[in-house]
Design a protein around this ligand. Structure first.
Ligand code: ATP
Ligand code: MG
Ligand code: MG
Ligand code: MG
Length: 581
């Protein structure tokens, strides 16, 4: 059934909403797609529901295509499962918490690994039941520190989340690959430019995870890419393939020698010369956490060493000095070092350090601890945009932090040209969870030999409401939105103009024919609205094809307009259906 402007619940606005910064957000509000309730909380109006429905349908189709089955979990959840995995605490202020009348702790789900895991545990017990993939399209709740651009970063938002369950890693890899393919099809259908970036670093031992970023100057993520199609989140460029960089201290780069220190040589040196008080062996991860390594040059100058970056500088392994920093430094967590590879590469990301971390940095600057040089990594108040700091470059001895800067133009790790920096909006995230959740919640099945094995999981998310926002930001001009047909609120906007009743009668007929041909129509059948207002509204709303039925009808002509190019042509009234199908 055509959407009729005469009855549609819609008021277009001439003025930009006061709280909107991004152009797409402004237009979504002005054109009557969404309406703000509170920061990061939006109502979907009928036009918005049309677009949302299209986006959801694309996601649903592609999930069904890979055999994932749709379910729907509640958003209102008990605390216990999230306690079992530690996330009740880990989520901190981002979690919406509430109490029921019996004073029991509840939460509004920010993501559902726990619940899916438990439900599969409830129902399945054998390897014969697997593999299994489930998904839902459902409201999520996160009390984001900075809700942004309306629906791009909401506090209530819709996510498609899916979860895969396999008996072993090979199965997980298959499920992961299937989701990756499905995501490629989904984002191709959304019609925006996107890149797939590695989202974590092999160096930190993270499991495989990739993000789908819509390329956009409005994005909050920064990534690098080269001409070959290689792309990586700035937090995750692999140090193993790091390009050679020249350093100012010491000679220009030389080939790595067997003596070039790596994280392994460092760990070995630590275990030999600096045994831990608690008797445990040093691991790579706690080495990064607790150790400041000074490189001593032949002339006696010292500089902090970027570990594990072979080939970029000449070093004498025998003169490696290792300093074990005092216990306070252990307060840094592994995630604080997620961008360690970027430090090794000399990149740094933008961000603002929290007060606590900043004071620790000042502590590290104590000359008796770090000989005036240190490297540290911190996270901003969102726990992301992780930044790396190098003494002398990013901060000075009095602890002043200088504006961080990311370097473009370094050689690409693939050997294909140089790296370019760009911004992106995270649209999707696919993740090999492994057994983390299954272990915490006891999801095990009997394998072929009757032995209990822990199930291996993957989790996969698409920001459904965010996709609507990102598509809008990428498809607009000065006068309104310009939807790609795949997700437009209708295929054709039929505008009947003038006072002549026969125009409206003919327009009704055309609309019926279009619908019979499977074309979705937004029909401006308003009688008392001027043609000027109708044209403005059609431009603002952004249906890709506009058919104007008016005076020309007397000569058997209507006008057909392409919203994106602005091209307009007169066509014979009998050709309308053929033209738009
Ligand atoms: P971000 O880095 O933008 O905060 P995230 O990494 O926290 O996102 P995930 O937990 O990976 O998000 O969730 C899967 C997907 O859900 C994201 O890729 C994104 O598209 C979407 N999403 C996450 N947070 C929001 C939000 N606050 N509003 C709208 N969509 C969101
Ligand atoms: Mg987030
Ligand atoms: Mg993210
Ligand atoms: Mg993510």
């Amino acid at each position: 059934m055509a959407l009729r402007m005469s009855t549609l619940f819609l008021r277009t606005l001439r003025e930009d909403p006061a709280d909107a910064e991004l152009p797409g957000h402004k237009l979504l509000v002005r054109a009557g797609y969404i309406r703000r309730v509170a920061p990061g909380i939006y109502t979907w109006l009928p036009l918005g529901m049309q677009v949302l429905g299209k986006v959801e349908a694309i996601v649903r189709e592609e999930m069904n295509r890979i055999g994932s089955q749709e379910v729907k979990f509640p958003a209102l959840l008990p605390r216990e499962p999230y306690d079992a995995t530690g996330r009740w605490t880990e989520y901190g202020d981002n979690l919406f918490r509430l109490k029921d009348r019996k004073d029991a702790d509840m939460l509004l789900g920010p993501t559902h690994e726990e619940m899916f895991c438990l439900t599969v545990k409830d129902l399945y017990s054998s390897y014969k039941d697997l593999p299994l993939a489930l998904f839902q399209i459902q409201n999520k709740y996160r009390d984001e520190a900075r809700p942004r651009a309306g629906i791009l970063r909401g506090r209530e938002f819709i996510m498609k989340d899916s979860y895969s369950f396999d008996v072993d890693r090979a199965g997980l890899q298959k499920s992961y690959d299937a989701h990756r393919e499905a995501y490629i099809r989904i984002f191709n259908r959304f019609g925006f430019e996107y890149v797939i970036v590695k989202a974590d670093s092999g160096a930190m031992g993270g499991s495989a995870s990739e993000e789908f970023l819509a390329v956009s100057p409005h994005g909050e993520d920064t990534f690098v890419r080269d001409e070959s199609g290689y792309a990586a989140n700035v937090e995750a460029v692999e140090i193993a393939q790091a390009p050679e960089v020249e350093v100012t201290a010491g000679p220009a780069h030389v080939e790595p020698t067997p003596d070039t220190p790596t994280i392994e040589t460092l760990v070995a040196a630590l275990n030999k010369d600096h045994p831990r008080a608690d008797g445990r062996e040093w691991t790579a991860a706690d080495t990064l956490k607790n150790v400041i390594v000074m490189l001593v040059h032949p002339d006696g100058t010292r500089e902090p060493l970027a570990i594990g970056l072979p080939g970029d500088r000449e070093v004498d392994a025998k003169r490696l000095e290792v300093k074990v920093a005092p216990a306070e430094v252990e307060a840094f967590e592994e995630k604080d070092f997620a961008s360690y590879p970027m430090l090794a590469k000399g990149y740094i990301g933008p961000g603002v350090l929290g007060e606590e971390k900043a004071s620790k940095i000042r502590y590290l600057l104590d000359p008796s601890v770090a000989v005036g040089s240190a490297w540290v990594t911190g996270a901003d108040e969102h726990g992301k945009h992780v930044i790396d700091l190098v003494h002398g470059r990013d901060f000075t001895a009095d602890g002043t932090i200088q504006a961080a800067e990311i370097r473009e133009g370094d050689a690409s790790p693939t050997g294909h040209g140089t790296l370019k920096l760009a911004r992106g909006i995270e649209m999707g995230h696919i993740f090999q969870l492994g057994t983390k959740y299954a272990e915490a919640l006891g999801l095990k099945v009997l394998d072929e030999n009757g032995k209990l094995v822990t199930v291996t999981m993957g989790s996969y998310g698409v920001g459904v409401t965010r996709a609507v926002g990102a598509i809008a930001e990428d498809n607009l001009d000065d006068i309104g939105l310009i939807w790609p047909r795949n997700v437009a609120p209708a295929d054709v906007h039929v505008v009947a103009t003038g006072k002549d009743e026969s125009v409206f009668v003919k327009a009704e007929e055309i609309v019926r024919e279009l619908e019979a041909a499977g074309v979705e129509v937004l029909f401006d059948d308003r009688r008392k609205v001027s043609p000027g207002v109708k044209f403005k509204d059609s431009e603002l709303i952004g249906v890709p094809t506009i058919v104007v039925i008016g005076r020309g009808l007397a000569d058997g002509k209507v006008e057909i307009k392409d919203r994106r190019s602005g091209d307009r042509r007169e066509i014979a009234v009998d050709d309308v259906v053929a033209e738009v199908t």
